[in-house]
Write a protein that binds this ligand. Sequence first.
Ligand code: UTP
Ligand code: MG
Length: 173
Amino acid sequence: MRPLTPVRIPGDGMVVLMGASGSGKSTFAARHFGPTDVLSSDALRGLVAGDESDQSATEDAFELLRLALRMRLARGRLTVVDATNVQRWARRLLLDAARREGRPAIAVVLDLPLALCLERNELRLVHRLPAAAIRRQHRWLVESLPMLAAEGFARVELLRSPDEVERAAVALI
Ligand code: UTP
Ligand code: MG
């Protein structure tokens, strides 16, 4: 049997999940973290607008996300950000918050094949996106990978196949 993939995370840090829609960020978050440790842009859109896919609520949802993130990090609470985070400006806002609170930032990247993300998207009953949006997110993710360490992430944990995701074992350090 192949070994587990260790994903090392400081217990007072910020975990930034990254991946195209359908890469499995929310599934990963639900499997490895407690429900109150996860700040989800979709859930916050739902909180604000009653509909997780209401794009008009995006700005409010991210404002709430950053506010909650800052409050949690100030208390030293491990916090997981469940959003695509494939754009540099989005990561920049999160990294600024972590730096201000003096907490380490870890990227957990679900770098799965585009074809798999598209296939899962087609099978979804809710939150299905146009294929072009997923292609774009995937491209941004791939372009982002070489820059993550320089952006300020203390660690970058790459998960590059469904098998690696399946075998991921979160270890708090
Ligand atoms: P997620 O809903 O976890 O993806 O899984 P995501 O990255 O958070 O997507 P967005 O950004 O919010 O849109 C997407 C679909 O893929 C299935 C899930 O059941 C869901 O239907 N999935 C996820 C798998 O089949 N296997 C996995 O290992 C993970
Ligand atoms: Mg999700």
